[in-house]
Ligand binder design. Structure first.
Ligand code: MN
Ligand code: MN
Length: 467
């Protein structure tokens, strides 16, 4: 065998040695990756909206021995608890053996996704077709949401206090909905428009019916026939839409992508891919952790982590304060010693669009979970910018556990950017850093991720919880 040349040895010892993950994992890890992703794909299909995701998460948590945490309830190490925030977000924890004054480990993800919400007065008829008007939620590219099959999920809250669940499209044999677009033959003018302006928001109208009410000569017979069906199925009238939260979401299930099945295509990877990782890592803790492990699945990240169910809400602080009260620990003493992995997806390098990426600092598919020291845009505006010491702590943690990871930015500095819940956790005096799965076509109705990266995000969460 040839001796290695001095330059070669120097390169090995001095240059970064990051490799494609598939070149480094053993067979057992390969199996673990595919098994883990089967579970993740089921999780995606069960919870396409924040409400259904919370429901499904709670179901799985209960089956694993988690109990609802009521204020004043006694805590003991190993205890598994959760608290749901208005059906739209959930915090879960496994109580550690150490006191809460040693801080907690947190993995915080969000479970809301870009989608089309129904407007408060949505139903109308035009051209003898019935439609539901939508108001888009989050940063989506409107042209991607036309001519695809859509489901309708959500709730109608009635004045009597009852809440009616609506789910059309989830069950086999259910009808679906769609938004129409111009045919190329008549789209010459539209095709000349800017991509962002070609589909106006007010054209995002869900086609929901075309059969007029029989033996009737009044106005809006198609709309009336649709309202009659809704009344028969859900007992609602037109005014009940006023207190509803109904979301049109893509009707396709998660699926393997590629001849080699190495990728997953689905709606809602951002950010259920990290939400599932944070949650599953908590479920899979082999023993009582030293520090209490907390999984946060927040709502409203896509519109700025606002509102009562977003990460800026005091809900999280209240949950943590209620835990701390049981051990007579001030919340601020717990927070200042805590560590948070803000688990949110990052942008994967797309070779079709190299012009928006800076190659040395872009996340690559199959190189593991992407760590962002900072997100934001321009001069790091809107970032939390983790301290070098925090990055070093995470480097050691992940390397010790053989978790594959890569450091990345969100594209070229002046091209764009994005934010996560990280700054809201850091505002609480908690050391926080972003980590997540690189995504292709982020915010599209059908996003793509690598199975290896999904698994490494889970492994990173486990490393954090287990310290
Ligand atoms: Mn996200
Ligand atoms: Mn997003």
């Amino acid at each position: 065998m040839d001796e290695k040349k001095p330059g070669e040895l120097l390169r090995e010892s001095l240059f970064s040695q990051k490799k494609n993950g598939w070149d480094t994992v053993d067979e057992a890890t390969e199996r673990a990756i595919f098994d883990y992703c089967d579970g993740y794909m089921d999780y995606l299909d069960e919870g396409k909206t924040e409400r259904t995701c919370v429901e499904h998460t709670v179901e799985l948590a209960k089956a694993a021995g988690f109990v609802p945490f009521e204020r004043g309830m006694g805590l003991r190490p190993g205890m598994k608890i959760y608290r749901v925030n208005r059906g739209r977000a959930v915090d879960l924890a496994v109580i550690g053996s150490a006191s809460l004054d040693q801080g907690v480990t947190i993995c915080a993800a969000h479970i809301d996704n870009p989608r089309l919400d129904l407007k408060p007065t949505p139903l109308y008829e035009d051209g003898e077709l019935a439609f539901l008007k939508t108001h888009y939620y989050g940063g989506l590219r409107k042209y991607q949401w036309v001519t695809i099959p859509l489901e309708l999920r959500g709730v109608v809250a009635m004045k009597d206090g009852s809440v009616i669940k609506v789910s059309v499209g989830a069950e086999e044999g259910d009808p679906l909905f769609t938004i129409t677009d111009l045919l190329p033959h008549l789209a010459a003018a539209q095709s000349q428009k800017k991509l962002a302006e070609a589909i106006p928001a007010e054209n995002l109208n869900l086609l929901v019916g075309s059969r007029p009410l029989k033996d009737d000569e009044g106005a809006d017979r198609v709309k009336l026939a649709v309202m009659k069906l809704l009344n028969e199925r859900y007992g609602i009238t037109e005014d009940d839409f006023l207190s509803a939260e109904l979301e049109a979401v893509p009707a396709f299930d998660a699926t393997d992508i590629g001849f080699d099945r190495s990728l997953i295509g689905a709606y809602g990877h951002d950010d259920r891919v990290c939400g599932y990782a944070a949650f599953k890592a908590l479920l899979d803790l082999p023993s009582t952790p030293v520090r209490t492990a907390v999984c946060v699945l927040a709502d409203k990240e896509e519109i700025g982590s606002v509102g009562v169910s977003g990460m800026q809400s005091q809900f999280f602080d209240t949950f943590m304060a209620d835990l701390c009260a049981r051990q007579n620990v001030p919340l601020r003493a717990c927070f200042e010693k805590s560590f948070c992995l803000s688990t949110d997806v990052t942008i994967a390098y797309d070779p079709d669009y190299p012009e928006v990426f800076e190659k040395n600092n872009s996340a690559r598919i199959n190189y593991g979970v992407g760590i962002c020291k900072y997100t934001g845009r321009g001069g790091k505006s809107g970032a939390s910018d983790a301290g070098a010491e925090t990055v070093a702590y995470l480097r050691r943690l992940l390397d010790d556990r053989k978790v594959l990871w890569q450091m990345c930015e969100l594209g070229k500095t002046d091209v764009g950017g994005g934010g996560t819940v990280a700054l809201y956790m850091a505002n609480r005096n908690i050391d926080t850093i972003d980590a997540g799965v690189p995504v292709l076509s982020m915010h599209a109705p059908f996003e793509t991720v690598s199975k290896l990266d999904c698994y490494m995000c889970y492994a990173a969460c486990r490393a954090v919880y287990e310290g």
